[in-house]
Design a protein around this ligand. Sequence first.
Ligand code: SF4
Length: 400
Amino acid sequence: MAKTKKKIKVAFPHMGTISIAWASALRKIGVEPLVPPYTSKRTLSLGTKHSPEAICLPYKLILGNFIEAIENGADYVAMITSPGICRLGEYGNNIKETLKDLGYKANYIELSLYDGFKGLYKFLVELTGRNNPIQIIRTLNICIRKIFVIDEFDTELSYYRAREIKQDEAEKNYKKALNLVKSAERTSDLKKAYKKGLEIIRSTKIDPDREVLNVDITGEIFLVNDEFSNQYLERELGRMGVQTRRSLTVSSFLKDAIIPKAFRKGETHLERANRLAKPYLMRDIGGDALECISDVAYADERKIDGIIHISPFTCMPEIMSQNIFPAMREDCDIPILALIMDEQTGRAGYITRLEAFVDLMRRKKRRGKLGGKLGGKFEGKSGDKSSAKQETMEENSEKV
Ligand code: SF4
């Protein structure tokens, strides 16, 4: 494939802001990235139209992204896959066959998650037809660094969005910061972009005295990180004065799957998952179930205000984790909201559920403070585990 003089155009599907990293990696190795239009209702309806009805939402969105990429001239569509227990292992073959049936000529290429750094290296050699270790290592280096920088910007955005005085100012600043990362070609440029980007986001005017709630977001990794598929969950919560923290990020995934142990600091997400999920789930059952179970325990350990679990309709591993949450209530006194998404999820009902959950957390927090002030006299009500559990049960496991 690299024998041809014309630069080949390669597209990956969207998942949040990941296109910034893969587009820059492809450019660096001399391949033209074709970034499909950001996922929209059209993407979703294209994907849904050509997908098996009961397949999970990420599949439909990825297929829609590929169709739009090919319509825009992609020669290759590239897909991250794994031979795991869940349907991700089936995505590749199904997508390949569907594109063929639809008469598209673009080639389909796969990157297996389970092959770690070696797999990434092999994938880039296959794509370019050149085995240039220095160039490939440099490419991977900048790509991975960009992912880490963007995840840090996301954390920063969440802090400022929950406290901003003028609605959406933090997000506007965040987008400016992302543009700096996009245009950084070398590590030295990226360092400057990181510093400048943080300054820009931090220039957002905030109300430091606002009563802000802290919520962790866990669930299926695609939905946690892709704002279209989670219906702009973090933006909506930010507007309600909630600071969010994603438990599953691309950088946390990379630490476990790609980055060698010698280069990692501290406990990784998967290591923590194995430690904290053990009492409730003994082994990996596919998808992100193990991580989600441990994320609830971790959120409870840090005494934050609540946790939201988001998953696609029919996602088997996340159905399992939602069924384990009730058993965790014996040990974890934290409100959990379970959201299940598909192409039918309506916005109005979704926002109402978020508002109700925020209201519940706020009341719980105020009762807790009041209980503290009354020197424990109120403890029976404010710290009442059974009433908190009841609230959790009411919020839990209902399809939006
Ligand atoms: S984790 Fe769930 S949503 Fe993701 S591919 Fe597997 S079954 Fe589908």
